[in-house]
Ligand binder design. Structure first.
Ligand code: ZN
Length: 470
């Protein structure tokens, strides 16, 4: 009995001690702050990349104390290696900590860039030929030479490994389909001018296609809208569709204009170049006035302003030759030509108030002398002057007064032998030549006696043009 009583006592005491221990642990536990990592415990960061801190969650007595967490340790993302960060929370007498491991290394894949894009259209029966690619790695730089290319039916697979073993891949899709339009271009000018009742002859086109080899036979030219019997503006259309159904179309404007009417017996346009010059031009003006004949003067920067003023005042056409008439200077370049032309244009405008638009190229548009200064410049200039609103005139009757005709009788013969009754006659002369001055009266007399009409050139006079030789 005594023994049993003792046992019971021990049991009670033991239970009390146990209760105390549990209680103490519980109390201690509530006084220790708790901490746990946010994010992964093992983190990989790309070399030269950015480490993003996820932080740690700390609680104390059920309260969030994360802001009190101190982080110990440093990471250098420019150096490969293993780093450790320690997160510590200290509250009262107790503290808790956790750790995170960070590994800095090259984890970025190399990037392969495809020239010509990731989708390539090819002609139906074409064989793919590599267009090109570039592989760049964040750490290794250009590793294009390590790229492996594998063609698999309609795909080209490209792969490359960087030194750290990261693999970059890209696929190019091959589409065997022609989606490109044919190229269709007009031969001749976009706007074509013809006389009423003449025949429209299409200047043609040029065509090419990336895939279709028989494209030339597929162009349809529709000139049906052009009515040369009626004055107006018409359109000629050109259309072509390649074998894959890609269509291109272009247009040409055709202007049908009234043919200028010339007086019966031919017209003579007397033209005088290179002046003015005192002693010749003034006498020529006197003769023209007495004979009641109008002419055209292609002036330069020489001579007195008063003669140019007289030319305009007496109803002649003041046209432009160039300021300097210096081949080496004016035919050096397009800009040089137009700069020079502007000088004489401005001189004429200053003296006469007229915006002169009629010009003659020194040496004519057929000159070959310009070849020495700029190849092909006459081809360019003859188009460009028209684009800029000028009309240029060559000649079809040459007095040769700047060549071999040194006497007035030679000048006279050359002119009258060159005149035609069935057409209009643009007569080249130079008002700086005494023999021309002296031949003029007889030339006019001959013209009048043979029923020619004299006229000065204006903007509706059809351009007399030579063939261009440079
Ligand atoms: Zn000249």
């Amino acid at each position: 009995m005594k023994k049993a009583k003792l046992n019971k006592k021990i049991l009670i005491i033991s239970l009390c001690i146990l209760f105390l221990i549990i209680n103490t642990i519980f109390i201690l536990f509530t006084f220790v702050p708790k901490i746990e990592l946010k994010g992964e415990q093992l983190v990989y960061v790309n070399i030269n990349g950015e480490y993003k801190e996820s932080g740690a969650l700390a609680t104390y007595h059920g309260k969030d104390v994360s802001k009190d967490v101190k982080i110990n340790g440093k990471i250098d993302t420019s150096k490969e290696g293993s780093y450790e960060l320690e997160y510590v929370i200290k509250e009262g007498l107790f503290n808790s900590k956790v750790k995170r491991k960070i590994t800095v290394k090259d984890i970025e894949k190399p990037n392969i860039e495809l020239e010509g894009g990731n989708e390539v259209y090819l002609c139906k029966d074409a064989t793919y030929e590599e267009i090109g690619y570039k592989a760049i790695d964040n750490k290794d730089g250009d590793i294009s030479d390590k790229v492996k290319v594998d063609i698999d039916k309609d795909f080209v697979n490209y792969s490359v490994l960087d030194a750290a073993g990261n693999e970059g891949t890209v696929t190019r899709k091959l589409i065997y389909e022609d989606i490109e339009k044919p190229t269709l271009k007009l031969k001749g000018s976009e706007t074509y001018t013809i006389y009423q009742n003449s025949n429209y002859k299409d200047p043609g086109y040029s065509v090419s296609d990336n895939c279709d080899k028989n494209i030339n036979s597929k162009v349809k030219v529709d000139t049906s809208k052009v009515n040369t019997k009626k004055i107006g503006t018409y359109e000629v259309t050109y259309q072509v569709t390649d074998e894959s159904g890609n269509t291109e179309s272009i247009k040409r404007t055709v202007k049908v204009i009234q043919e200028p009417v010339y007086p019966r017996g031919g017209t003579i346009y007397l033209t005088f170049d290179d002046g003015p010059q005192q002693g010749t031009t003034n006498v020529i003006l006197d003769i023209l006035k007495e004979e009641g004949v109008k002419a055209t003067f292609f002036v330069t920067s020489s001579g007195p302003d008063s003669l140019i003023k007289r030319e305009a005042d007496e109803g002649h056409t003041v046209a432009l030759h160039t300021a300097t008439h210096n081949y080496a200077k004016i035919y050096k370049s397009t800009d040089a030509y137009f700069n020079d032309l502007k000088i004489i244009h401005d001189r004429v405008q200053r003296i006469t108030g007229q915006d002169a638009r009629i010009i003659r190229f020194p040496g004519g548009s057929s000159n070959t002398v310009s070849r020495s200064y700029s190849k092909g410049i006459m081809t360019t200039l003859t188009k460009e002057v028209v684009n800029r609103g000028y009309h240029y005139f060559d000649w079809n009757v040459d007095s040769n007064d700047a060549g071999g005709a040194n006497s007035s009788s030679q000048v006279y013969k050359n002119v009258i032998n060159g005149l035609s009754k069935s057409s209009y006659n643009v007569v080249l002369m130079h008002d700086i030549k005494p023999q021309t001055r002296d031949a003029l009266r007889d030339i006019i007399k001959f013209g009048k006696e043979h029923d020619f009409t004299f006229a000065s050139i204006n903007m509706s006079t059809p351009m007399i043009k030579h063939g261009v030789n440079n």
